[in-house]
Ligand binder design. Structure first.
Ligand code: NAP
Length: 300
């Protein structure tokens, strides 16, 4: 699209279903830039969150009923935990406007196609999405305008998705500062299983292991926490409902990556047991190489 069109808001009415870290970041960007939508309506599950969004002045309208929130919206983005999608889709489906784009920000994609797809009416463009950006914080206070800057947003259109609608959604994320890549949902789920879901599983597990230690040792873990353990605790501080839903909705890919990881961890254990210094050194070198590649790609 031309530079001139860049100045026009992409949508008339943007409905955000869920206004936590991700939803409130989108609302803040829409407010700050004015090029995403003319009006923004937000919905949350609880009155507390909706009230907080109002205090923060995140939107033009605050709607406690998701069905009413999506009425007349030409773009609807589900920003709730993925386990809530099926019920939300059933509720909003009949109220979606013809020609609207229905998308989401959920961390799993095959489950979204499974849970939301059946409720999408004819004429509504359903294009699941996943911004690969986040922090360990949640709720409407946690969002910020720069969250998606230089981060990837992965779109997983379903068969027959309208190319014009995909292009418009791509532009939406680019205006949020993101880089966009399009792939199929199954591929997405395998990629995020290794880059995001498995690291979280390891972080939750190692914090649990430390917490199970005898009292006196546990105290020392906290007191003398070296940077390795500290970094795990940051990841492990994430929202329990969100991560429960992610694990349960990316089961196959996560279990497959965990099985591969477990084999590799066993190989490392064997190297340690038998004093295989070369093996250990090689693994550490490969870790350094990956870190350097991330830094070079500006994704660290
Ligand atoms: P969050 O900060 O915990 O916010 C979740 C929002 O969803 C809240 O406004 C919550 O409302 C609302 N909600 C929960 N259940 C709902 C329901 N049944 N109906 C309507 N709203 C409901 O979560 P988040 O971090 O923004 O994550 C939102 C989505 O983004 C998730 O699907 C997650 O997988 C994905 N994601 C997260 C990250 C990350 O790092 N956090 C990164 C990329 C993608 P109440 O407060 O009223 O319950």
């Amino acid at each position: 699209m031309s530079e001139m069109l860049d100045q026009e808001p992409l949508f008339d009415r943007l409905a955000l279903i869920g206004v936590g870290l991700i939803g409130s970041s989108l609302a803040r960007i829409a407010r700050a830039k004015g090029t995403l939508a003319r009006r923004v309506v937000v919905n949350a599950r609880t009155a507390e969150t909706l009230d907080r969004a109002r205090v923060l002045d995140l939107a033009d309208e605050y709607e406690s009923d998701p069905a009413r929130a999506v009425e007349g919206a030409d773009c609807v983005i589900l920003c709730a935990p993925v386990g809530a999608y099926a019920a939300l889709a059933a509720r909003i489906g009949p109220h979606l406007a013809p020609g609207a784009i229905l998308t989401d920000v959920g961390s799993t994609k095959q489950s979204v196609v499974r849970d939301v797809g059946p409720f999408v009416p004819e004429g509504v463009h359903f294009i699941p999405g996943h911004p690969m950006a986040g922090t360990e914080f949640s709720g409407p206070d946690a969002g910020f305008v720069e969250l998606f800057q230089n981060r990837w947003c992965l779109l997983t259109p379903v068969a027959g998705s309208d190319p014009a609608a995909i292009a418009k959604l791509k532009l939406f994320w680019q205006r949020c500062g993101a880089m966009v890549s399009v792939m199929d949902a199954a591929h997405h789920d395998r990629v995020v299983a290794i880059v995001s879901h498995l690291p979280h599983l390891i972080a939750f597990t190692i914090c649990g292991t430390a917490d199970d230690l005898a009292d006196e040792t546990r105290q020392e873990v906290l007191q003398f926490a070296a940077s390795g353990f500290r970094d795990f605790t940051r990841i492990a501080a994430s929202d329990p409902v969100m991560w429960r839903d992610i694990f349960l909705n990316n089961r196959e890919a996560l279990l497959e990556m965990l099985a591969r990881f477990t084999e590799d961890a066993q190989a490392m254990a064997r190297a340690v047991r038998w004093g295989d210094a070369g093996y250990i050194e090689d693994k550490v070198l490969r870790g350094r190489k990956i870190r350097k590649e991330l830094l070079d790609l500006n994704q660290a």
